[in-house]
Structure formats: structure tokens, C-alpha cells
Design a protein around this ligand. Structure first.
Ligand SMILES: C[S@@+](CC[C@H](N)C(=O)[O-])C[C@H]1O[C@@H](n2cnc3c(N)ncnc32)[C@H](O)[C@@H]1O
Length: 509
């Protein structure tokens, strides 16, 4: 019996260190905070009256659990996370580091000492503005958060175990969790005492057992209990069952964010090597598409494709001069053969010259129309043929605010006229192909802060333009990214021939 017991002991006690060893360690500062939390004289602090409760080093959830919560936050694209029971803030810090710049962790904590202990660490880690510590009993804090209308993508329950049921009810009943969110519950096994008490009376294990049973019976949620550390349970909202229309369930059971996903779609972007095109390539790739970056400049096309591949987006670079029909066809053929299809085409390549109408040379007019108008049409034609055959496609052309007004004071008649023509091409193709599964739309950005406006002629005008824009700033390429994903996705399935203006209000004055 003894060797068996020893064997079981080694297996059980070796698990956590091994999991730590084979998982990515926390950031150095998080690791330092964990160590400081573990070696802190908690008994003395309590004896001195600096903590209300006798805190223990075991309260610290540690590296692995911090990474677990941070990983779930990333998988869920979370922006707001609630932690009920912060202790010294090791998980708080790990999650804050994983959130985007405007993300927030709200941490409920009853001990003032913990707020003061953790604050310098949050500051040193540069995440202090992402962490909002709410002092007081969590039950009251949850009421306050509900009254403030706060919503969380993820909640981590890790405070007093006897309070779990009440916290859970508040989270669910006040809709503190968004529909696609999750509640993560720590200590759901209580060292096994939830399923095997060994004859020992344990109030906390009883409370967790009751909690586990309550949640399991709650028809609003799905529950996954994991034997990880002291037991971690993941609770997610169950899709509504019964007779419901598509407004309630989402079209074909896709919620609105799922309808924006581009998984298994193939996109090409002309002029993808820089500026707006490069941002479009990233945006479509982030939304799930494989991306062909097309540019006349092989180097920039390759650089963007490498950036995308580095982010885990399947991408190729294609060099093409789209002013020639044969090149446009080769571009489409290359994308289809190398990426396995073509579902989305963003015709974005364009040029601009600045000259007064009376001084505009014929060559400039021809070059502008050759690329911005004829080249764009030739692209649409080659892409359209492929998409018509498959009965599905999204074509998005880059027009310009110049299609809607005459930008000034710069003079650019050829550009303005070429972009107005892009709108008419878009409307015509949108109408011609509407009944065959294709949508054709265009986007008209206002003045975008790219290399194109850094020319000697345009650069000095930036200040003047800003006075013409109600929002008081130029567009950044990232301002255009969500719109391109929307236009490329099934979320825009009833929109065709449309010119979507993103101008910061420039067209309003
Ligand atoms: C297990 S520790 C939290 C560990 C932390 N989540 C982590 O990942 O390291 C529990 C914390 O909950 C706090 N706490 C206990 N009862 C509370 C209550 N009613 N309201 C708010 N916080 C509470 C304790 O002071 C303690 O710091």
C-alpha cells in the first residue's frame, strides 16, 4: 500500500509545478509581485490590525491561474474584466497586461491594505489606468456597478466562498455580463471536499457544493467544471431555446459580431503595400480572411504580406500593374490558385497629382484615369467574372470624399473626376450584379494621414484642412478598418452600389 500512496502523492504534488514549467511564465513584474505576495508576513499584518482578515499566501492564485484568466480574456476579445476578490493583484496585473490599451479590470476588494499594496505594482507595470479597484464588500460593489450600467466580458469569482451564490445571482440578474461573456469561478472543488468530505464539516466546501449545484440547475447557462488547481468552473450564457425569430437568435444563429467574421474567405487588396491598403489588409486578416497583398511595388507588397504572416494571417504578395487587363486577370488567377479562391476584392490602388485645371497636362489626366478609373474597372471585371461564376463576392472600391465635394484649396481635377467615376462604376456594377450574389460598394475616406499627403504640395495644407473638418482632425488609416470589414462581410449583405463616406464630417460643412 505504501508505495502506491507514495506514487499517488508524487503524481498529485508534481502536477502544479509541471503545469507551471510547461506554460509561458508571467511577465517579470507579475512574477516579482507573485513572489512578494508569497513571502509577505500576512500573519503579522493581521496581528498589527492592518488587515481585517487573516490573509494567507495561498490566497494568491499564482502564475498559472493568472495566465488562464488572461488567456480567456484574449480569446474572448475582452475589454472589460471583473475580478471579485483581488488580494495583491497578481491576476489583476496579468489580465490588465493582456487587455487592449482602453481595456479595464474592475477589481473588488474588501481590504484597504490590498489596494495600497498593489497600487505601486500597477504603476510600475504601467497598467494603473487600466485597473479600477473598488473597496468594500463585493456584494455592495456589484450593486453599485449594476447601477452604473457597467458590463463585463469576463468575471472572475475569487472572494469569500460563502458569497459566491449571491455574486453569481447579481451578475446574472443585473446582466453585468455581456451575452457572449463568461463567469470563471475559482475553488470550485475546495481540495475535493465538495465531492468527498471525509467526514469533516466544512462550511466553505458546503457553500461551494450548493453553489455548484445551483449553477448546474440554472437553465440560463452552460457549465464546464475543470480539475485545474483547486477547481475552476467556466459558466457561459446558453443560447435561448424555444420558438424564436432571427432577430432574437441572430441570422442563421450568428450574432452580429459573428456576422462580421471572414474565416475561410480569401481577399485581395490592390495598393496593399502601404497606407490605407496596408491597413485594409491587416483588418481583413484580423477578421479571419486569407489575404493577397497586391502592389506594383514588389517590396512593399512583400513587407505587408510578411507582417500578416507574422501575425498568423495566411498571406501572399502579388505584384501586378493593374492598368493592364492581362495583369488584372493574372492577379485574380494567382490569388485563386495560391489561396484557393477569391471572395473579397478591395480595389484600392490610386494616384493623385495636384495641378490647376488650366495647367493639368494631358499625361497627368491619362495617368490618373488609367489607374484610378480604368485600372479599377479592369480589376472589378476580372474579379467579377470569377465571383459571378461562384455566385458570391464582395467588391469594395476605394473612392474618395472628392467624389462628394471639391476638396480645397488643393487643385486636383483629374483625381476628383476619376473618383467620381469610381462611384458610378460601383453603382453600375452593384446594379448589374445584385441578383447574382455579388455586392459592389465603395468607400470615400476624407483626408487620411498617409504618405500621400506628405508631398511638398499637400503637407502645408494639413492645418487648413483641419479647420474644414467638424471633428478637427484628419482620418487615421485605422479609422477605416472596421468599415472595410463590415463591407467585406455578410453583415453588409443587403448593401450594394453604396458610397460609404468616412470623413469626420468634412462633407457637412
Ligand atoms: C483568494 S483571494 C483573491 C485572489 C486573487 N483573485 C488572485 O488571483 O490572486 C480573496 C480576496 O478576496 C477578498 N475578499 C474576501 N471577502 C470579500 C468581500 N466580501 N468583498 C470583497 N473582497 C473580499 C480578500 O480580502 C482576499 O484578498
Amino acid at each position: 500500500m505504501r508505495p502506491l500512496v507514495e506514487h499517488a502523492y508524487k503524481l498529485a504534488s508534481g502536477l502544479d509545478p509541471y503545469l507551471d514549467a510547461i506554460s509561458t511564465p508571467p511577465s517579470q513584474i507579475c512574477q516579482d509581485l507573485i513572489e512578494a505576495s508569497l513571502r509577505h508576513p500576512w500573519a503579522d499584518e493581521h496581528k498589527q490590525g492592518r488587515t481585517q482578515f487573516l490573509q494567507k499566501r495561498e490566497c494568491c492564485a499564482g502564475a498559472l491561474e493568472g495566465r488562464f484568466i488572461a488567456t480567456l480574456a484574449k480569446l474572448n476579445n475582452a475589454k472589460t474584466v471583473l475580478e471579485v476578490g483581488m488580494f495583491t493583484g497578481t491576476t489583476t496585473l496579468a489580465v490588465a497586461q493582456a487587455l487592449p490599451d482602453d481595456g479595464k479590470v474592475v477589481a473588488c476588494e474588501i481590504e484597504e491594505f490590498m489596494r495600497d499594496f498593489s497600487q505601486p505594482w500597477f504603476e510600475r507595470a504601467g497598467v494603473a489606468d487600466k485597473v479600477d479597484v473598488r473597496l468594500g464588500p463585493a456584494s455592495e460593489t456589484l450593486d453599485t456597478l449594476a447601477a452604473e450600467g457597467k458590463r463585463f466580458d469576463l468575471a472572475f469569482l475569487d472572494a469569500d466562498k460563502t458569497g459566491y451564490l449571491s455574486y453569481y445571482k447579481k451578475l446574472m440578474d443585473h446582466n453585468l455580463i455581456v451575452p457572449s461573456g463568461a463567469i470563471i469561478v475559482d475553488n470550485s472543488l475546495m481540495k475535493g471536499r465538495t465531492y468527498y468530505s471525509g467526514g469533516v464539516k466544512d462550511e466553505m466546501a458546503d457553500a461551494i457544493r450548493d453553489f455548484n449545484e445551483y449553477v448546474r440547475q440554472d437553465s440560463r447557462v452552460d457549465v464546464l467544471a475543470l480539475p485545474f488547481r483547486d477547481g475552476v468552473t467556466i459558466i457561459t450564457r446558453r443560447p435561448q431555446s424555444g420558438e424564436q425569430d432571427e432577430v432574437a437568435t441572430g441570422a442563421a444563429h450568428n450574432n452580429v459580431l459573428q456576422r462580421m467574421k471572414l474565416n475561410n474567405k480569401v481577399a485581395l487588396i490592390t495598393g496593399g503595400g502601404q497606407g490605407i491598403g496596408r491597413a485594409f489588409a491587416h483588418a481583413l486578416g484580423e477578421a479571419g480572411a486569407a489575404v493577397a497583398v497586391v502592389d506594383i511595388n514588389a517590396k512593399t507588397a512583400q513587407a505587408t504580406a510578411e507582417e500578416l504572416n507574422g501575425k498568423g494571417i495566411r498571406s501572399i504578395a502579388v505584384t501586378a500593374d493593374i492598368t493592364k487587363a492581362k495583369e488584372c486577370q493574372r492577379m485574380v488567377d494567382t490569388v485563386v490558385s495560391e489561396l484557393g479562391g477569391l471572395d473579397i476584392a478591395v480595389n484600392n490602388a490610386g494616384i493623385n497629382f495636384n495641378n490647376a485645371a488650366e495647367d493639368t497636362p494631358e499625361s497627368e489626366w491619362d495617368m490618373t484615369f488609367n489607374l484610378n478609373t480604368k485600372g479599377l474597372f479592369l480589376c472589378c471585371q476580372a474579379e467579377g467574372k470569377h465571383m459571378l461564376q461562384q455566385g458570391y463576392g464582395r467588391i469594395i472600391n476605394t473612392a474618395s470624399m472628392a467624389s462628394l465635394l471639391v476638396p480645397h484649396p488643393q487643385k486636383q481635377i483629374a483625381y476628383n473626376a476619376s473618383k467620381a467615376a469610381v462611384v458610378k462604376i460601383t453603382e453600375t456594377l452593384g446594379a448589374e450584379w445584385a441578383d447574382r450574389g455579388l455586392t459592389v460598394n465603395c468607400m470615400s475616406p476624407g483626408i487620411v494621414n498617409t504618405a500621400l499627403i506628405q508631398s511638398d504640395a499637400l503637407k502645408p495644407l494639413a492645418k487648413e484642412w483641419i479647420t474644414q473638418i467638424p471633428m478637427g482632425r484628419l482620418a487615421e488609416v485605422t479609422d477605416l478598418e472596421a468599415a472595410i470589414v463590415f463591407m467585406a462581410s455578410d453583415a453588409s449583405s443587403f448593401m450594394t452600389g453604396h458610397n460609404l463616406a468616412l470623413t469626420g464630417g468634412h462633407t457637412l460643412w
